[in-house]
Design a protein around this ligand. Structure first.
Ligand SMILES: Cc1ncc(COP(=O)(O)O)c(C=O)c1O
Length: 420
């Protein structure tokens, strides 16, 4: 054990109690309002949240749904993607991205990620569209891998940072593809569009976007929740129907839909939290800047890369290091929580074995997945806690560097572990 301090002062990877203590009165008042008016599904509280979230994202429509997965599924279905179509995404994301594509009846195919931002590589996307697809006689873009038509791209704004949307939208326009943003980790993230010459909010650039309000997200409910954002009136209308049993009005069903609504208790809680999201995101950005300066001299740690066109909201603070497992063990024994987002890229998951991808198909995603580690990151993380995280990482790196210098190349992992 390191110090008594470590025992007393455990640092969680994510503290979900702190924001709820901060807002206790507002949250309880929101629950009372819904309970006492007994308007539990739909109604004014949900509509109020939809309006405020649309304003926050700078879009015309926000349709509240039951989860981020459903948001993505409904957005894909409503965008015109047909069953059997190919939707291109990345292997370095949560499986919900590809689950939603499959649940919409489409087939995910992957392109590799960018080595520095960990988001969709636009050069790999271009290579996929240009070299691994062909136009058929009716002008449809056909994937060589599956022989199916490619109709959409789902870039994921991973860890709170937007993918390079200008390049993705230009390629989509060139090849006639729909773009649906997976913004489930990026509430409030911004992107400087060189094409539009202005900063754009996550969720406002694609045909539609999906957000998750899973509790640990930058804007989290006290249960499940999600939203589709869009400026497309028809798409909004379709999502509205899909989330509510395909109803246009009560008991008039144009299509078969789903039970995919956000309940009013969650909407009330989200209404109470939304005004604080800007401040919470700013606190995350400050913490990220502080981590960057604390790791400035540390050669064993690669900090997140934020291009000049990006303003990340640091849903996760993901560093990269060789010796990842040993560092995680070291931090755990010092009472510091960490996360892994994600340890196995989707193309190598058992669930997708039938897709016949192999190790080596997406080398950047594979390499990154072996070296990333997510450090504590939440708005209430204190300067003292953060300094201790950095100190423990420094201690570990120092021991590792000396062990390596001692020339114990092969045994350096073991050595570092035994002296930690
Ligand atoms: C990138 C990404 N996409 C989709 C989802 C799905 O959201 P939910 O858990 O609300 O269904 C998540 C949630 O973790 C996510 O991180």
């Amino acid at each position: 054990m390191h110090t008594t301090d470590a025992v007393l002062d455990k640092i969680p990877f994510l503290d979900l109690v702190a924001p709820h203590v901060e807002l206790e009165h507002e949250l309880l008042a929101a629950c009372r309002r819904t309970i006492l008016t007994a308007n539990f599904v739909g109604g004014p509280v949900v509509e109020e949240f939809e309006k405020s979230f649309a304003t926050f994202c700078n879009v015309i429509h926000s349709i509240a749904v039951s989860s981020g997965t459903d948001a993505l599924r409904f957005a894909i279905m409503a965008s015109g993607v047909q069953p059997g179509d190919v939707v291109v995404t990345v292997p370095n994301t949560f499986i919900a991205t590809t689950e939603a594509i499959s649940q919409a009846g489409a087939n995910p195919e992957f392109v590799d990620i960018d080595e520095r931002t960990y988001n969709m590589s636009t050069s790999k996307l271009q290579e996929f569209l240009k070299e691994h697809c062909t136009k058929d006689s009716s002008g449809r873009l056909i994937s060589h891998r599956s022989g199916r038509p490619v109709t959409a791209i789902v870039p994921v704004h991973l860890y709170g940072q937007m993918a390079d949307m200008d390049a993705i939208l230009s390629l989509a326009a060139e090849y006639g593809l729909i773009v649906i943003e997976d913004a489930c980790q990026a509430h409030g993230a911004e992107y400087f569009s060189r094409n539009l010459n202005c900063w754009m909010k996550a969720g406002s650039m694609g045909r539609a976007a999906a957000f998750s309000f899973y509790p640990g997200k930058n804007l989290g409910a006290c249960g499940e929740g999600g939203a589709v954002t869009t400026n497309d009136h028809n798409l909004a209308k379709k999502v509205n129907m899909l989330r509510d049993h395909g109803q246009v009005k009560k008991y008039f069903h144009d299509v078969e839909g789903y039970n995919g609504r956000l309940d009013a208790l969650q909407a009330g809680l989200l209404n109470a939290k939304l005004p604080h999201l800007g401040d919470w995101n700013a606190r995350r950005r400050n913490l990220a800047a502080e981590y960057a300066s604390l790791f400035a001299e540390n050669e064993c740690v690669t900090i997140p890369f934020e291009p000049s066109w990006s303003s990340s909201v640091y849903h996760l603070y993901v560093i990269r290091t060789t010796n990842r497992e040993e560092l995680m063990d070291h931090l755990e024994s010092a009472g510091i929580g960490t996360g892994l987002h994600y340890p196995v890229p989707l193309h190598l998951q058992k669930a997708y074995a039938s897709m016949n991808y192999s190790r080596g198909d997406f080398p950047i995603a594979e390499g990154v997945s072996e070296e990333i580690i997510s450090l504590p990151m939440f708005p209430q993380l204190t300067a003292r806690q953060q300094a201790r995280v950095a100190k423990e990482i420094r201690t570990f790196s120092g021991k590792l560097t000396s062990a390596m210098r001692a020339g114990d190349e092969e045994g350096s992992f073991v050595h570092a572990k035994s002296i930690a």
